[in-house]
Design a protein around this ligand. Structure first.
Ligand SMILES: C[S@@+](CC[C@H](N)C(=O)[O-])C[C@H]1O[C@@H](n2cnc3c(N)ncnc32)[C@H](O)[C@@H]1O
Length: 330
């Protein structure tokens, strides 16, 4: 289906990474900054970082022949002592001991390590010791590592009130994979609706939010680690404000309007929309909008989802259809 892809709702970049590995030229966009860090590291960066300015300054004993510069820098970051920064103070039990429900997103130790690593990366950047790609590779490595130690069920909209065994293991940062490429891959930190006239792709891939739940609250802690901006936060979960990160795809009327604007206002050979049978736009409406611009086919795959009931004692099976709408532009 061509040789370049635009991933309009990039998120964790999983689809974009897949196409980049296949040799496509890939462009990605998302309005979450933590996603942008992942996009810069996985998609826009095409080479193994050498950290030529930083490594001589670290004066670390050689860790062996077979360890890459990225692994050396990360090994150094893993030796830092915990600090009492923003994450420790707002998302660990000891840091929030004054609250009626202390927050248990991270153990005290791991919250402090995240602060120490995040501060060190910023100090290196301010000292001119990191190239741009190196900076984002370190941030992406931190963002991805943090998720292995967070005391949450996948997303950050709530934390467990007891410790998940993962969350009490000492945090070890791990390097992200470097995906080599000689294509001009590009990442955008934007409301993708502002990019319509720049998009010219063989495949335009859309994986929008499909229900009324916004994405930003699900990832608020990662967003704060990525932005490092000490935001005002509120409520039991310590949520940051996300008024500029609300998606039109979370309301049915504006979702259909935006789908129409995207299908009409961008250049592509194929538009591929990933959706599912629990989405707020109905298949009939989606097909009605897309078929204004060409021929539409829909493929669907069934899968079973287990959902806990309210008291968490039993689970019910639900059959969901994962749907792909493929529009071939006329
Ligand atoms: C279903 S997720 C995409 C998941 C992605 N395919 C992956 O592999 O992780 C939807 C994404 O769209 C982003 N988003 C929603 N509306 C947006 C908009 N108007 N502009 C940019 N990003 C948006 C959200 O931040 C979220 O990351």
């Amino acid at each position: 289906m061509g040789e370049n892809l635009f991933d309009f709702f990039a998120g964790t970049t999983s689809v974009a990474k897949y196409y980049k590995r296949l040799g496509y030229r890939v462009e990605t966009s998302d309005f979450m900054y933590f996603s942008y860090c992942l996009q810069k590291a996985y998609i826009e960066n095409n080479t193994a970082p050498r950290f030529e300015r930083l490594l001589p300054e670290l004066r670390i004993a050689s860790l062996g022949l077979f360890i890459t510069p990225l692994e050396q820098v990360i090994a150094y970051l893993n030796t830092l002592d915990p600090e009492q920064g923003f994450i420790y103070t707002h998302y660990t039990p000891r840091g929030t001991a004054n609250l009626s429900q202390p927050r248990m997103y991270f153990s005290d130790e791991n919250g402090g390590k995240i602060d120490a690593i995040r501060r060190q990366i910023e100090l290196w950047r301010e000292a001119g010791l990191l190239l741009e790609n190196e900076y984002y590779i370190l941030l992406a490595s931190l963002i991805e590592s943090v998720s292995f130690y967070a005391n949450v069920a996948g997303v950050y909209a709530a934390f467990y009130k007891k410790w998940d065994p993962r969350a009490i293991k000492p945090l070890r940062m791990r390097p992200v994979e470097i995906i080599l490429s000689n294509r001009e891959n590009k990442a955008y930190y934007a409301d993708s609706m502002t990019l319509l006239d720049r998009i010219d792709a063989d495949i335009l891939y859309l994986d929008p939010p499909y229900n009324e739940r916004q994405y930003a609250p699900n990832y608020h802690v990662l967003e704060t680690i990525a932005r490092n901006d000490n935001p005002e936060i509120r409520g039991v979960t310590g949520m940051r404000n996300y008024t500029t990160q609300r998606s039109h795809f979370c309301k049915v009327a504006s979702a259909l309007d935006d789908l129409d604007r995207i299908a009409c206002g961008t250049t592509y050979r194929y538009l591929v929309l990933s959706y599912n049978s629990e989405g707020i736009m109905t298949p009939e409406k989606i097909v009605e909008v897309l078929s204004r611009y060409g021929d539409v086919e829909m493929e669907q795959f069934e899968y079973l989802r287990f959902k806990s009931n309210n008291n968490g004692l039993a689970s019910t099976k639900r059959h969901i259809w994962e749907q792909l709408y493929i529009l071939k532009r006329r």
